[in-house]
Design a protein around this ligand. Structure first.
Ligand code: NAD
Ligand code: DAO
Ligand code: ZN
Length: 369
C-alpha cells in the first residue's frame, strides 16, 4: 500500500514528507494505522547524526498510538480494530529476559530491531523499489506501520490517541523509573535532575508514590512552574547555588536523598546525582542517554558506603502488561499528560517539532494524523 511518511534520508537534514510503499504484515506481524505520535529527543538524537547506531534512510518515531487494520498469520492476541501503542521495548513473555522478573529488556527481536529490520531480516517500507529502514521497531512517523505482535500493547478504546501516544515513551520512562525501577516508598526524599519531558514525569511518579520531598534541579528557570504543578516541592537552579551543588543538596535533604534520578544525559550530573544520594541506602537512577563513548566516574568509596547506582530503560516497564495500566491511570485522572503536550501539528509540519525542541520551547509536540 501507499503510505504518507516523514522520511529521514540522512543525518542532519530535515525529514521529507513522501509517499512510500508499505508491504502487508508477515508471520507474527501487525499492520497499524497511526493516529498520533509524539516527537522525542531520541528521534532528534538519531536525526542529528549524534547516534552512532543511527541508520538511514529510515522512518523514525517511537511514541505512537493507533488502530490495528490487519494481522499476519500466527497473530493470536490482536485483531482488526484493536487500539494499540507500539513498544520499542517488546514483551515476548517467553525469552530468558522476560522470564526474569529483574528486567524488562526482552531480547526476542533485539538484533534485527537494532538493524532497522523486522524479525525476518527484511524491511516492509520501500521507496522507488529501495528499502527504507524501520526505527526502534516502531516507525511511527508514517500513516501506517508494521510492528511485531510482541511489540504492541493493547489499550482501552476510549483513550485519546493524541494524549496516550506519550505513554509510548516519555510518560512510561519517567513514571516507570520511580514505580517499577526504584520502587520509591511513601515518605521518601527524591531529587530529579532535568525537568524536561522525562524529568517532569519522574516528578509526577514521585508524587504518585507518595514522596514527601521532591526536589527538581534545572538550569532553565522556566521549568519551575510546570514542575511545581506536577508535585515538585523545592526548585534548585545550579547557576544560583553559590559553591558545590552536591553539599547544597545534601544539606537541603538533611543528609541526602533516598532516591535521585538523572534525566539529562550529562555524565557530570550523573556523578552529582549519585553523590547526593543518602549514605548507607540512597539509590541513584540514570535515565538520561549520554553521548556515544561517554563514561561515568565517582570515588568507589561512594558505593562502599552504601549508595546504589543503577539505570532504567523504558521505566523498567513490561510494555504489554504495564502500558495498559498506565493508560488507566491517565483515564482515571491519577496522572496528567495533557499539560505536557505543549504543541500539536499535522505530519507535514513535523520539522517544526524539532525546531521547537531545539529552542527549548516545547515539552512534547504531538503529530496528529
Ligand atoms: P529535555 O531536553 O526535554 O530535558 C532535559 C532538561 O535538562 C532540560 O529542561 C534542561 O534545561 C535540563 N538541563 C540540561 N543540562 C542541565 C544541567 N547541567 N543541570 C541541570 N539541568 C540541565 O530531555 P528529555 O526528553 O526529558 O530527555 C532526557 C533524557 O532522557 C535524554 O537523554 C533522553 O535521551 C533520555 N531518555 C531515556 C530513556 C530511557 O528509557 N532511559 C527514554 C527516553 C529518553
Ligand atoms: O535490550 O539491549 C537492549 C536495548 C534496550 C533499549 C532500551 C532503550 C532505552 C533508552 C533509549 C531511549 C529511548 C527513547
Ligand atoms: Zn522477551
Amino acid at each position: 500500500m501507499k503510505v504518507k511518511a516523514a522520511v529521514a534520508h540522512k543525518a542532519g537534514a530535515p525529514l521529507t514528507i513522501e509517499t512510500v510503499d508499505l508491504e502487508g504484515p508477515r508471520f507474527g506481524e501487525v499492520l497499524v494505522e497511526l493516529k498520533a505520535t509524539g516527537v522525542c529527543h531520541t528521534d532528534e538524537f538519531t536525526l542529528s547524526g549524534a547516534d552512532p547506531e543511527g541508520l538511514f534512510p529510515a522512518i523514525l518515531g517511537h511514541e505512537g498510538a493507533g488502530i490495528v487494520v490487519d494481522v499476519g498469520p500466527g497473530v493470536t492476541t490482536l485483531k482488526k480494530g484493536d487500539h494499540v501503542i507500539p513498544l520499542y521495548t517488546p514483551e515476548c513473555r517467553t525469552c530468558e529476559y522476560c522470564l526474569n522478573p529483574k528486567t524488562n529488556l526482552c531480547q526476542a527481536i533485539r538484533s534485527t530491531q537494532g538493524q532497522g529490520l523486522m524479525p525476518d531480516g527484511s524491511s516492509r517500507f520501500s521507496l522507488d523499489g529501495k528499502p527504507v529502514l524501520h526505527y526502534m521497531g516502531t516507525s511511527t512517523f508514517a500513516q501506517y506501520t508494521v510492528v511485531p505482535e510482541i511489540a504492541l500493547a493493547k489499550i482501552r478504546e476510549d483513550a485519546p490517541f493524541d494524549k496516550v501516544c506519550y505513554i509510548g515513551c516519555g510518560v512510561t520512562t519517567g513514571i516507570g523509573a520511580v514505580i517499577f525501577t526504584a520502587k520509591v516508598e511513601v515518605g521518601s526524599k527524591v531529587v530529579v535532575f532535568g525537568l524536561g519531558g522525562i524529568g517532569l514525569n519522574v516528578i509526577q511518579g514521585a508524587r504518585l508514590a507518595g514522596a514527601d520531598m521532591i526536589v527538581g534541579v534545572d538550569l532553565n528557570p522556566n521549568r519551575e512552574a510546570m514542575a511545581r504543578k506536577f508535585g515538585m516541592t523545592h526548585f534548585v537552579n545550579p547557576k544560583e547555588v553559590g559553591g558545590d551543588l552536591v553539599p547544597y543538596l545534601v544539606s537541603l535533604t538533611k543528609g541526602g536523598a533516598d532516591y535521585t534520578f538523572e534525566c539529562i544525559g550529562n555524565t557530570q550530573v550523573m556523578r552529582q546525582a549519585l553523590e547526593c544520594a543518602h549514605k548507607g541506602w540512597g539509590t541513584s537512577v540514570i535515565i538520561g542517554v549520554a553521548p556515544a563513548g561517554a563514561e561515568i566516574s565517582t570515588r568507589p568509596f561512594q558505593l562502599v558506603t552504601g549508595r546504589n547506582w543503577r539505570g532504567s530503560a523504558f521505566g523498567g516497564a513490561r510494555g504489554r502488561t504495564d502500558v495498559p495500566k498506565i493508560v488507566d491511570w491517565y483515564m482515571d485522572g491519577k496522572i496528567d499528560i495533557d499539560s505536557l503536550i505543549t504543541h500539536t501539528m499535522p505530519l507535514e509540519k513535523i520539522n517544526d517539532a524539532f525546531d521547537l525542541m531545539h529552542r527549548g520551547e516545547s515539552i512534547r509536540s504531538v503529530v496528529v494524523y
